[in-house]
Design a binder for this molecule. Structure first.
Ligand code: GLY
Length: 341
């Protein structure tokens, strides 16, 4: 198990690796003064996971109440956050208590947003259970919900006080979730560490690869916490990816959509003479080895109408992320119509 500090706001402590769950009680005790914990968890998780978290918090002296929410991007709406507010109210949670989010990216976004906004902020502790959340969404303080046809249009930055990233949770991860999570792992390889591209395969990545992804994320969010510039690099493949997700009414999983988006941006980079010729093959090969599909072309036309909703878009211009070669990314402002392949 590794321990990192994210140097953001008041700071976030992260415990990463097999068995990290043993640090939940101590981390929660250190993070808040109160003794109530409100556990918000994905209803689809095996029952052993919320039971484990509840027991760990109780062993550290917390009185725990629990609220199950429906995962899935289609449930990431203000109404889900409102349900959490009702749960926090009924549980008598105060600003000195803790909200603990247990689940994947959707659970973390809703629970984190509710924690950020209930009583203007209750201490939040994130316990990610999916590969996507453990390598990406649990870190860096992004919280929020979707609105109309825009993903994450309502939200705020709210750093968790602690992230307890126990890779043992991944042992029960459904194969579809593992494959989707590999999209983010491969993104980290593509933008910052090409050796990750060579290491990925059909299984759950090692704790070392997961920790390497988190360290890459740490570097970008510490440099640009509020996502005004350099942090956009972490969104490589996401501009098209979010558009593909929205166009498919969220039937294409996030990581698969990001995989399509990465390949589209590499092809666009080749067309604009920005991206080296070895890049497409290296990323495509990693995606295929991880079990992702590489046939992005049929998704492009449907995605274009959704591109302007990207939060990296500034009216007519978009902050696009390209690869120079595997492991090296940069940002270039483009007019929206230049994104056409
Ligand atoms: N998932 C990209 C970011 O946190 O900025």
């Amino acid at each position: 198990m590794e321990k990192f500090f994210f140097d953001l706001g008041a700071g976030t402590v992260a415990y990463v690796g097999a068995g990290a769950g043993s640090m939940l009680g101590p981390a929660a005790s250190a993070a808040v003064n109160g003794r109530k914990a409100a556990l918000v968890f994905d209803a689809a998780l095996p029952a052993e996971h919320p039971a484990f978290v509840k027991a760990a918090l109780e062993a550290s002296g917390f009185t725990v109440s629990a609220h199950a929410l429906s995962g899935g991007e289609k449930n990431k709406r203000l109404s889900a956050a409102e349900d959490v507010y009702g749960f926090l109210y009924d549980s008598g949670i105060t600003r000195s208590d803790a909200v603990v989010g247990l689940g994947g990216g959707v659970t973390g976004d809703i629970a984190g947003f509710a924690a950020a906004t209930y009583m203007r902020g209750v201490g939040y502790i994130s316990v990610p259970t999916t590969l996507t959340a453990q390598t990406d969404s649990a870190f860096g303080g992004k919280t929020g919900v979707d609105f109309r046809s825009g993903k994450n249009l309502i939200g705020c930055f709210y750093d968790p006080k602690a992230v307890v990233c126990d890779t043992d949770f991944l042992k029960t991860l459904p194969e579809k979730e593992r494959v989707s999570g590999m999209g983010e792992v491969i993104k980290y390889g593509a933008i910052a560490d090409s050796s990750i591209l060579d290491l990925v395969g059909r299984g759950i990545p090692s704790d070392d690869i997961i920790a390497r992804c988190i360290k890459i994320k740490k570097k970008y969010v510490e440099a640009d916490e509020y996502d005004l510039g350099e942090r956009h690099i972490l969104n490589f493949g996401h501009t098209f990816g979010h558009a593909v997700e929205a166009a498919s009414d969220y039937s294409v999983p996030h990581g698969q959509a990001v995989a399509y988006g990465m390949l589209a941006m590499i092809r666009l980079g080749e067309k604009l003479s920005l991206t080296g010729s070895e890049t497409f093959g290296a990323v495509r090969s990693a995606l295929l080895r991880a079990g992702l599909d590489a046939g992005y072309e049929p998704y492009l036309a449907g995605a274009y109408p959704f591109l302007a909703l990207d939060k990296k878009s500034d009216g007519e211009m978009i902050s696009a992320v390209f690869l120079k070669r595997p492991g090296e990314a940069f940002i270039k402002k483009l007019a929206l119509d230049e994104l056409c392949l």
